[in-house]
Design a protein around this ligand. Structure first.
Ligand SMILES: [Zn+2]
Length: 140
């Protein structure tokens, strides 16, 4: 009988040892220091944007010229993967600028604000901190 391939020897990506990508928190924090920003402050501003965008009666919210935000809400709630008691609305805001297209969910905003977590490397949900900094700096 053939033995199963050993998963440990089958790793092709360096981050397989860290499936949640938690190792990114420290490197993201270091990166933000270079931008003179903190994850908490960015998360706070994203949260404000989310609330403003979902309250708008127009189809799209424009926090600044050339920046469009469209909110999609799916109903239901999702809990934080860090295992604390909060739960967050399912949905996302699509932020569209000339050179950016970001999908940001209330859970991502919470993860950024409270845990400094922008998503693991290679995750489709990861939001690059430098893009958030660039976006928020172009909104007064
Ligand atoms: Zn949490």
């Amino acid at each position: 009988m053939k033995s199963m391939p050993d998963a440990k020897n089958n790793r092709t990506k360096p981050w397989d040892d860290d499936p949640l990508g938690l190792g990114r928190i420290d490197s993201d924090r270091a990166l933000l220091t270079q931008f003179d920003a903190t994850a908490e402050e960015l998360g706070q501003r994203l949260e404000t944007l989310w609330h403003k965008a979902r309250k708008t009666t127009d189809e799209e919210y424009e926090p600044a010229p050339g920046i469009t935000i469209r909110v999609e809400e799916y109903g239901g709630r999702i809990s934080c993967s860090f295992g604390h008691s909060g739960s967050y609305a399912k949905g996302r805001m699509m932020v569209i600028t000339q050179d950016l297209r970001l999908s940001i969910s209330p859970l991502s905003i919470h993860m950024i604000k409270s845990h400094g977590f922008f998503g693991g490397r290679g995750s489709p949900h990861r939001i690059e901190p430098n893009q958030i900094v660039r976006l928020l700096r172009s909104i007064p």
